[in-house]
Design a protein around this ligand. Structure first.
Ligand code: ADP
Ligand code: MG
Length: 379
């Protein structure tokens, strides 16, 4: 067989070819057009999904991914009775425990409820405006609220997002968002359970058929673990350390298993000797941290057992069969899944990228508003 030049083609083939190339051109034009359109729309509006956590706020923009990830902290200066926001996010977190008396570093979402409405509103507005900076039209905002939030708190979050320039604001319950983000079959008629260990609260929820059948929020989570480490060092070594240092120790060397296999890791801690008031240094081993974390972990176990006891046996059986999903930063604690299995006899699965599950689920709900409307709640 030999190749023919274009001149060898018969008239019918030439016509077919030119029609084909016309279609190809038209298709290409349409593709370029669509790309241009979405680029222009991207400049005009950027819808956003927000996970307003007690420790971290994360913002996801469809088509762009995660565009903001900052600690949920606001620093406020009190000048002659007037409160003025001086820093938000990372900069404000650096101030925690380090501020002079007229400045306060606040975590407005502290216990899963809004502890400080004004600071919470300022924080939401600030983050939304930062993401919106280069866009013209108002965005649609999907924002998640703790399952335990009261109607007043839901409205406050809704109003803050509207005040920040949201064209439409939708609310979704956090455990539902976490379950969607973790890829659980939330619409199916079988029970799935999620345990989200955040900074201020651990949220436990059981869902089936697109609804939340059980949800409870307990105030034992990441921050309680940090405080447990502070107290352990204080009572056993008479040394005072700050919560930020305790958090760093937990993340780097914390473990949930008391009798860890392998060689113990030495942890050097610097703090203040409580008797002499001078700087001091001690060395801990990782099982010391596991001991320190035992009580908070036990409280989380208690919450899980209570949930299993309170739902109908069919749901509990579904959960035992498919395992319990762990999300939130606390799921990153070394071998937390093993410890929870030992305590409850139920298998635990750590979701992919557990810190971002909630924002991922919130984003999926935003991108599928037409099919996921049932998951949303009213402000
Ligand atoms: P929230 O949703 O309440 O903002 P996150 O899900 O963002 O909370 O989790 C924050 C918590 O997770 C903090 O208390 C943090 O100390 C904890 N955390 C983060 N990484 C780890 C880790 N590797 N081990 C243990 N805890 C962790
Ligand atoms: Mg969270």
């Amino acid at each position: 067989m030999h190749l023919r030049s274009k001149g060898d083609l018969g008239p019918a083939t030439a016509v077919a070819l030119s029609v084909a190339s016309f279609e190809w051109l038209a298709e290409r034009e349409a593709r370029v057009g669509r790309r241009m359109f979405s680029r222009v729309m991207g400049l005009v509006s950027s819808d956003m999904a927000i996970d307003l956590g007690t420790a971290n706020t994360i913002v996801f923009v469809p088509g762009k991914g995660i565009v903001l990830e900052e600690p949920s902290v606001v620093a406020i200066a009190n000048r002659d009775g007037a409160r003025e926001v001086i820093a938000i996010g990372r900069e404000a977190k650096l101030m925690l425990g380090r501020t002079p008396s007229h400045i306060e570093a606040i975590q407005p979402m502290r216990d899963g409820v809004i502890a400080d409405f004004v600071a919470a509103e300022e924080m939401i507005k600030h983050f939304v405006r930062r993401v919106r900076r280069r866009t013209l039209a108002s965005p649609r905002i999907m924002i998640c609220v703790p399952a335990s939030a009261t109607p007043v708190e839901r409205r406050a979050v809704h109003e803050a997002a509207i005040a920040a320039g949201g064209r439409r604001v939708y609310l979704i319950e956090e455990p539902v968002a976490a379950a969607i983000g973790a890829g659980l079959p939330v619409s199916e008629p079988r029970g799935s359970m999620i345990v989200d260990i955040g900074g201020g609260t651990t949220d436990i929820a059981i869902m089936s058929f697109g609804g939340v059948l059980y949800s409870r929020s307990i105030r034992t989570a990441g921050r309680t673990m940090d405080e447990a480490i502070v107290n352990y060092v204080r009572y056993n070594h008479r040394i005072l350390i700050g919560a930020t240092i305790a958090e760093a120790i937990k993340k780097e060397s914390g473990t949930a298993i008391t009798k860890a296999n392998g060689s113990p890791v030495a942890i050097h801690i610097r703090g203040r000797d409580m008797q002499r008031g001078l700087p001091a240094e001690i060395t801990l081993r990782s099982h010391d941290i596991a001991n320190a974390l035992s009580l908070p972990i036990q409280q989380i176990v208690g919450g899980i057992q209570q949930a299993m006891a309170e739902v109908p046996p069919e749901l509990a059986a579904d959960v035992c069969e498919s395992g319990i999903y762990l999300t939130g930063g606390g799921a990153l604690l070394d071998r937390i899944d093993v410890r929870l299995f030992e305590e409850t006899g139920v298998r635990f699965k750590i979701a992919d990228d557990p810190l971002r599950c909630v924002v991922r689920g919130t984003g999926i709900a935003l991108e599928n508003l037409d099919t996921m409307g049932d998951f949303l709640i009213k402000p």
